[in-house]
Design a protein around this ligand. Structure first.
Ligand code: PGA
Length: 253
């Protein structure tokens, strides 16, 4: 069975004290669970607690991720934190273009594309989020929207043979709703993403490009997604905020 990627997005849901507690709980539970090499785990805390969480999870099986970052390495970019700075601190995964950033922070496909290029430049694994809104789906535009997002985010991107790139398919309407997408539909969309990847990455090796599903994934439904051939894991919000539930979810994936 192929490796499963389980990436936790803590969003802006916890204060520093709560993040630290969750990291400690996670460390304890993970050491009991003894996951093998077939599970790749990462957590993305907020930036305020990021280093404290990284310190706690150092030498555990959990990798560090960021929820967003800026593409220039250094300079006059008030309020930003660069991918380069995060890489220096041991950040391995970069969630980029999450629909909440697209909706509330004006993140465009063009910006996502620049961030993806920088993440790969620093040998980080981009987790590129794509997904349609409820309106786009209702109007029958889902597939076109997804294809465009994938193609724009990965335009002129080169992936080295040893690098991994993850596309997270997250239907916007399924996020935080408690109503995950029907797995058969997620499979269909993942196939479309795969085809778009083949088109945009042309000659490049595809095995290290992974597709994960996100949107109300929990320990009860995770296997219905990760059992699908073309889906290599999940991006998890709400269900990652409780250590026991998250560990259970990883077990079932
Ligand atoms: P959710 O969030 O699991 O709470 O739906 C997923 C996400 O936004 O990445």
């Amino acid at each position: 069975m192929s490796k499963k990627f389980l990436i936790a997005n803590w969003k802006m849901k916890l204060n520093a004290e709560e993040s630290i507690q969750l990291a400690k709980d996670l460390k304890t539970e993970i050491s009991k669970a003894k996951f093998g090499a077939d599970k790749e785990i990462a957590v993305a805390p907020d930036f305020l607690s990021w280093q404290a969480v990284a310190k706690i999870l150092k030498s555990s099986k959990v990798n560090m991720a960021c929820q967003n970052a800026w593409y220039e390495d250094k300079g006059s970019f008030t309020g930003e934190i660069s991918l380069a700075m995060l890489k220096d601190l041991g950040c391995q995964y970069a969630i980029l273009g999450h629909s909440e950033r697209r909706a509330f922070s004006g993140e465009t496909d063009e910006l996502v594309n620049k961030k993806v290029a920088t993440a790969l430049k620093h040998d980080m694994t981009p987790v590129v989020c794509v997904g349609e809104t409820f309106e786009q789906r209702k109007e029958g535009r889902k597939d076109v929207v997804i294809m465009r997002q994938v193609q724009e985010a990965l335009r002129e991107i080169d992936i080295k043979p040893e690098q991994t790139l993850i596309v997270a398919y997250e239907p916007v309407w399924a996020i935080g709703s408690g109503q995950a997408m029907n797995p058969a539909e997620a499979e269909h969309t993942a196939m479309i993403i795969k085809q778009s990847l083949i088109d945009v990455l042309e000659h490049q090796d595809l095995p290290l490009v992974k597709i994960v599903y996100g949107g109300s994934v929990d320990s009860k439904n995770v296997a219905s997604f990760t059992n699908i051939d073309v889906i290599d894991g999940a991006l998890i919000g709400g269900a990652s905020l409780d250590a026991k539930e998250f560990i259970n979810l990883i077990k079932k994936a």
